[in-house]
Design a protein around this ligand. Structure first.
Ligand code: XMP
Length: 323
């Protein structure tokens, strides 16, 4: 008889038994899966768990604070935050190619994570023998299934596992589907914004800027994205859409008229989609008045943006993200 309470009790007992008096590490991405996995393990072994959060500077407005403050407050977890924004920006400087960006972000992420890991291992205390991963049942099926699906983009999971790791894995969500993971998270008292967060790619806003990634562009996109999310939430649409990437076309300019004069600014693309599993998707038919509100606010409030456009492409042929 499946209940979230049973799942939690069983996992907590199993993890305690497995870990004994050793230590474990868990990478947090800000996403639901790693958060719930970490919260479960924290419930089982408390301070024997250390979480690592790599701030790559590519998160949306407020997301890092959500992990640093709200998640820690809700779970009491021991958290090591690495501020690596400068390092990532430096590595991304001058790069516009999407696959190149993904590779750089993935590579830097693993380097920073491994360094944090090494520091934790070097700390006083019992041996670190375990690594916690938020692997879900569909991930298990997908990787073991060998369906031969073409890997269209190099997917990178923040909290991803370096190839040559000598840890034992703890994967407490291996038997669960996403909705079950959310229920477990809720039962564990995690913040609503984390439990119901929509999918967000590991490489973050780095792949939502078409063109080179710079701090200025990231700040601009963060503002536009925050406005879109705020209005979608205010309109009660969060549960209706799968996710809504907001994309900055940094290499494109168009003429506009704002205030007293001509402007030559960048377009922002809204990409709201409906989907069951992200393998296929359709563009969401959002109410016009919500789109109008988002457009008006973004062009009024975000400097250098003078146009908002709506992506009306399904997947396929378009992927959900632009890069
Ligand atoms: P696409 O753009 O391939 O996206 O249609 C499908 C889903 O995957 C997300 N996505 C990623 N998630 N690391 C992730 O963890 C990635 O590198 C990555 N790339 C895309 C995307 O947001 C959508 O939900």
């Amino acid at each position: 008889n499946w209940t979230t309470g049973n799942v939690i009790d069983e996992q907590v007992a199993a993890i305690r038994e497995l870990v004994g008096d050793k230590r474990a590490i868990c990478g947090l991405s800000g996403g639901v899966d790693s958060a719930v996995a970490a919260a479960l393990v924290q419930k089982a072994i408390g301070s024997q768990l250390t979480c690592v959060y790599v701030d790559h500077g590519l998160m949306r407005k407020g997301e890092t604070e959500q992990v640093e403050k709200d998640f820690v407050a809700a779970t009491g977890v021991q958290l090591k935050v690495v501020d690596a924004e400068e390092r990532f920006l430096k590595a991304l400087a001058g790069v516009s190619d999407p696959e190149q960006k993904r590779k750089i972000i993935g590579r830097e992420f693993i380097r920073v994570f491994e360094q944090a890991q090494a520091e934790i291992i070097a700390d006083e205390g019992p041996a670190v023998e375990f690594l916690v991963q938020g692997t879900l049942y569909p991930d298990v099926v997908e990787s073991g299934g060998g369906t031969g699906t073409a890997n269209i983009k190099s997917h990178h999971n923040v909290g991803g596992l370096p190839e040559d790791l000598e840890f034992q894995l703890i994967e407490p969500l291996r038997q669960l589907f996403k909705d079950e993971v959310r229920m477990v998270g809720q039962e564990l008292g995690l913040p609503e914004e984390i439990v119901h967060r929509q999918p967000f790619p590991g490489p973050g806003l780095g792949i939502r800027i078409v063109g080179e990634v710079t701090k200025e562009r990231l700040d601009l996109l963060r503002e536009a994205d925050a406005i879109a999310r705020e209005e979608l939430t205010a309109a009660g649409l969060d549960r209706d859409i799968w996710q809504c990437p907001v994309v900055l076309l940094a290499d494109v300019r168009s003429v506009g008229v704002q205030g007293d004069g001509r402007t030559y600014g960048h377009p922002i693309v809204l990409r709201p989609v409906s989907s069951e599993d992200a393998m296929t998707a359709d563009w969401s038919r959002l109410p016009y008045d919500v789109l109008a509100k988002i457009s008006t606010r973004i062009t009024n409030e975000v400097r250098d943006v003078n146009r908002v456009v709506l992506d009306v492409t399904s997947k396929p042929p378009g992927t959900i993200e632009w890069e």
